[in-house]
Design a protein around this ligand. Structure first.
Ligand SMILES: C[S@@+](CC[C@H](N)C(=O)[O-])C[C@H]1O[C@@H](n2cnc3c(N)ncnc32)[C@H](O)[C@@H]1O
Length: 254
């Protein structure tokens, strides 16, 4: 008889190696330039299905916040979209000076800071956005406590992350182990519940296409923690369809 599905792991992943995505030296190296981030983002140009970036923007705008802090904004694409949609008070912090430079080049307010020690007063923001960045924190609880502190009571953290089975059709070709993310679709709700009142989760799945083995190898090479596996990529008979499995959380401050 098949084992019952674990509700915390709806995609049925098996845990194995723990990622080193939250090693500060590796994070600093990875985001010293935008090269790796841009190479990984390019895969999403082939998206077939719901686009989490769009779900994220719509979710934040539906909350109608007057003030937003985005932590770990990368190149600032979301910030620009939010400001163009009418958000007047948008601030961003990123630990990478290069990312801050890119956000400022869009005319947005950004400064270098660690989300684990935010340079803002208690209750300063209606909304905090953390997209694909919480798995980089060496001390997740310290970061979540800081984000809670700078939110007003009733304000919301909107966080996006990947499932431990994100792109599993690709990674299973080179590695038998599943990957345990420090903040994932599977473990994120429990982490947020330690700091917030209500927490909701919305899973979003879509399909992406890698044209051939070379494209797959290039994508793997751009991974900050698993790039070394690219050398194991086998030949492919044709394009490879891979599942993007992500989750958006909305967590409300009591
Ligand atoms: C995977 S990128 C995500 C970028 C963007 N949010 C997106 O969705 O494309 C992670 C970002 O988080 C930033 N970051 C990592 N650790 C951080 C920390 N402790 N405090 C602030 N930013 C951090 C990185 O420099 C990078 O810009």
């Amino acid at each position: 008889m098949a084992a019952p599905a674990d509700p915390r792991r709806p995609w049925g992943c098996r845990l194995g190696s723990v990622s080193r995505l939250n090693d500060p030296a590796a994070v600093a190296r990875e985001y010293a330039t935008e090269t790796g981030l841009a190479a990984r983002r390019a895969l999403y140009e082939s998206i077939d299905g719901e686009d989490m970036k769009e779900v994220l923007a719509q979710t934040v705008l539906a909350l109608a916040p007057d003030s937003i802090l985005e932590v770990g904004p990368g190149g600032g694409e979301l910030g620009q979209r939010l400001v163009e949609a009418g958000v007047a008070d948008y601030r961003a912090v990123d630990i990478s000076p290069r990312m801050v430079q890119l956000v400022r080049a869009r005319g947005l307010s950004a400064e270098v800071a660690d989300v684990q020690s935010l340079p803002f007063a208690d209750g300063r923001f209606d909304c905090v956005v953390a997209a694909w960045m919480l798995y980089h924190l060496p001390d997740l609880d310290r970061g979540l406590a800081e984000m809670t502190r700078v939110l007003r009571p009733g304000g919301s953290l909107v966080a996006v992350t990947n499932s431990e089975r994100h792109l599993s059709e690709l990674w299973s070709l080179v590695d038998e182990q599943r990957w345990e993310l420090p903040f994932s679709a599977e473990n994120g709700e429990a982490a947020l519940a330690r700091h917030f009142g209500a927490v909701s989760a919305r899973r979003v799945e879509a399909w992406l296409t890698l044209a051939d083995a070379e494209a797959a190898r290039d994508y793997m090479s751009a991974s900050p923690s698993r790039g070394h596996l690219a050398a194991r990529m086998p030949a492919l008979a044709g394009p490879l369809r891979v599942g993007s499995r992500t989750c958006l959380f909305v967590a409300t401050k009591r």
